[in-house]
Write a protein that binds this ligand. Structure first.
Ligand SMILES: NC(=O)c1ccc[n+]([C@@H]2O[C@H](COP(=O)([O-])OP(=O)(O)OC[C@H]3O[C@@H](n4cnc5c(N)ncnc54)[C@H](OP(=O)(O)O)[C@@H]3O)[C@@H](O)[C@H]2O)c1
Length: 304
């Protein structure tokens, strides 16, 4: 599979499509089945695995680690992405209310817990999950650089950061922020217009697109936007002679891949057959008019 290499750090690269494990604890896979799924993805060239400390109410990284432990040799073939900075209320975090925390002590503790839970020595990419209004950029940059110097984290990035928030943190770091993971899909195309993807392209930051299928709404949603996009995707499938079940998914993904920011969609399905079918999007090309037809369906209006 094609890879996306950072212009900022040439040895930092990701698979063109990443595998999101947010829903891993919902999938009811045994540790052995998880290991098999990870291996299947790796064999297909999907080497970038996306997690976060809070996923599955703080249990996802342990589930991931239990699978990986059965086939530790898979680690060397993966890029493991994880995130910190959100604290969910509850016993697992000891927090009274949901909040963000980019203080050095929390960031360090979160990274060290993630490494322990996953049973790995280093994460390939650490993302600040959400921008924190109480972020002290100097103090945060210092702890991030220490974690890199200690070998606990290889590369740094952000998630859901607006351009000015990324610039602020970058201004205090000597290491580049290589990625910004943001929500992008046919039902959420604002980042193409509000400067987020322009900023990525300008600074050669790799955008990772979360919920590329709008969390499944694209296929099952009964709201007017979902219905309109689905109809447009189905018409394009018909015109191309594609099986509608897989074709809708593939064209929705091909639409993201066509964007010049070279975004990496993070697929969240736990269904191996769907994941395999989705990868055929890599071979599909949308011409400009098809691309704008889908954009129009997603936004519900023509361009001005
Ligand atoms: N940085 C952030 O703030 C943030 C936020 C949210 C998510 N993420 C990351 O992004 C990843 C992907 O997010 P997501 O799970 O919302 O992505 P998604 O790929 O848009 O949605 C996945 C959901 O869609 C369903 N689905 C996929 N294909 C389908 C089809 N053909 N027909 C019907 N349903 C279908 C899946 O069900 P099946 O499993 O049954 O296929 C699953 O429930 C997460 O795992 C996480 O790593 C990051």
């Amino acid at each position: 599979m094609q890879r996306i290499t950072s212009h900022l750090i040439p040895e930092c690269s990701f698979s063109r499509i990443a595998f999101g494990l947010w829903r891993l604890t919902d999938w009811n896979y045994s540790p052995r089945e998880r290991a098999n799924l990870f291996e299947q993805m790796l064999d297909l060239g999907v080497t970038t695995f996306d997690l976060a400390d809070i996923y599955g109410d703080y249990r996802c990284e342990q589930f991931f680690g239990e699978g990986l432990k059965l086939q530790p040799e898979l680690r060397a073939r993966m890029e493991i992405v994880s995130k910190c900075s959100i604290r969910l209320a509850g016993a697992a975090s000891g927090a009274r209310i949901n909040h963000y925390d980019t203080d050095a002590a929390h960031v360090r503790k979160s990274v060290e817990t993630s490494l322990r839970d996953m049973g790995i020595e280093q994460m390939d990419l650490l993302l600040l999950h959400r921008p924190d209004p109480l972020m002290d950029a100097d103090a945060l940059a210092a702890v991030l650089e220490q974690l890199v110097a200690e070998g606990k984290v290889k590369h740094l990035g952000v998630s859901n950061f607006l351009p000015h928030q990324t610039d602020l943190l970058q201004s205090r770091l000597s290491l580049p922020l290589v990625a910004n993971q943001i929500e992008v899909s046919l039902l959420h195309s604002q980042p193409m217009f509000d400067g987020q993807l322009d900023h990525c392209q300008q600074h050669r930051i790799i955008p990772m697109a979360w919920s590329p299928f709008a969390g499944g709404r694209l296929f099952a949603g009964d709201d007017a936007d979902s219905v309109r996009v689905r109809k447009c995707l189905q018409q394009l499938c018909e015109a191309r002679g594609l099986n509608a079940d897989d074709g809708v998914m593939q064209l929705a993904l091909a639409w993201l891949l066509r964007h010049p920011s070279r975004m990496v969609p993070v697929l969240g399905s736990g269904n191996p057959a769907r994941l395999v079918a989705a990868l055929a999007a890599l071979e599909m090309e949308l011409d400009r008019e098809e691309w704008f037809e889908l954009l129009r369906a997603g936004r519900g209006r023509d361009v001005d």
